[in-house]
Write a protein that binds this ligand. Sequence first.
Ligand SMILES: Cc1ncc(COP(=O)(O)O)c(C=O)c1O
Length: 361
Amino acid sequence: MTGRPRPSIAALPAYKPGRSAAAAEADHGVADAIKLASNEAPFGPLPSVAEAIALIAEEANLYPDHGAAELRADLARHLGIRVDQVTVGAGSAGILQQILLGFVEPGDEVAMCWPSFEAYPLFAQLVEAEQVRVPLRDETFDLPALAEAVTDRTKVAFITNPNNPTGTVVGTDEIVTFLDAVPATCIVVLDEAYDEFVTDERVTDSTRLLAEYPNLVITRTFSKAHGLAGLRVGYALGQPDVIGMIDRTLVPFAVNALAQAAARASLAAEDEMRERVAGVVAERSRVAAALRSAGWDVPEPQGNFVWLPLMERSADLGLALERRGVVTRVFDDVGIRVTVSDQAANDRFLTALVEAAAEET
Ligand SMILES: Cc1ncc(COP(=O)(O)O)c(C=O)c1O
């Protein structure tokens, strides 16, 4: 072993991104594979956003604004909160890592329901935290059980709304009950990466909770609804002292100039973004209805993906889909997560699933 790596890092499994279409093509000798494995948007940046990116690309010799002051100001205005309640990072994943770096010491507890976003355990291990994982109930965050699991050693608790990979939501009332139940020494991270896709009326504007709960941090992203996953920009909302603490661990210039410009332009084109999201939501309803009428169990999807809790069938069905050029995200012995894309891609998935199921022994 070269050097003396920290044991916690040497033992850290690498983050596993969704398999690429090219990898599936090479493995299975198929052409035209599609990737529905990373909850990416099926569309490129909006025209005004592409223009902003092209303009700023000409200034790539210059460092970006480390604090992304203009983007923070835009976000604050947009959300009706103060600018010192907003920070930005390299994707919301970057911010989640910053939160754990800022608030968790070795041996502290980090609580979450499970299965959920696979980066949480990696980041918890990075800071040598003890993970407390509470099972989902009915594929949904079990907030009463999560609240029970929070102790005075719990520094961070995650609520993922909608949850990845199951796509389900908890109502804002339930989140309020949770916040009332846990001590203010525990930072509650409300991860809303898929917030723009939520149609369930039990979920209301969570930014209204910020004033009352100083330990609440809401994280969101430009990766999903805004379709800017390749540029890496996310944001967090919270009280100024918590935001300031998160800022301390931001890698210098982590949010690059293209990302800042694109995010600002995308915020300015909110109506167009909402139109695109409505298209994805309509496709989500169509896909879920088709699956259910074919007899599949599909928990109510509220993100840009659907979840098939296939348990021990998951690996084989996932492979059978991939052989047909449809790459999904397989969680062995748990389920398959499938991104809702454009109509043609969604139809390919539905057809491939019928064929894959017919092949099952
Ligand atoms: C629940 C959840 N949170 C956070 C992220 C991170 O997204 P990004 O870092 O692109 O903002 C993802 C990405 O898939 C996610 O599913």
